[in-house]
Design a protein around this ligand. Structure first.
Ligand SMILES: [Zn+2]
Length: 100
């Protein structure tokens, strides 16, 4: 005959095992989502060097090298510079001086 204390131990052990299994499944899913979101595995992550940062932050009228980006500040700047070159012959908006 199973006593109440033994049944409680069995239930507690089963609950703990189920919780641990669910936690591991969730942690695996979370890890896969993070890797998908980053588009790379954690092994590929590294901090940029100061030279790489300076190169990425350098002022430029050229779009960035990422294919089909069009959204970063360099691409937005390059698009605006192209439009201003067509309209005003200068990459920068001339302001009121150009309108006169
Ligand atoms: Zn870009």
């Amino acid at each position: 005959m199973i006593t109440l204390a033994v049944a409680d131990d069995i239930w507690s052990a089963a609950w703990t095992a189920g919780y641990q299994h669910g936690y591991e499944v969730g942690a695996d899913d979370y890890g896969r989502c993070v890797e998908l979101w980053l588009g790379i595995t954690r092994d590929g992550l590294k901090l940029p060097t100061q030279d790489e940062l300076a190169k990425a932050r350098a002022y430029s009228d050229e779009a960035c090298s990422r294919p089909n980006c069009g959204r970063c500040s360099r691409c937005v700047r390059a698009g605006a510079a192209q439009r201003n070159l067509c309209r005003y012959g200068s990459p920068d908006f001339p302001g009121v001086a150009g309108a006169a």
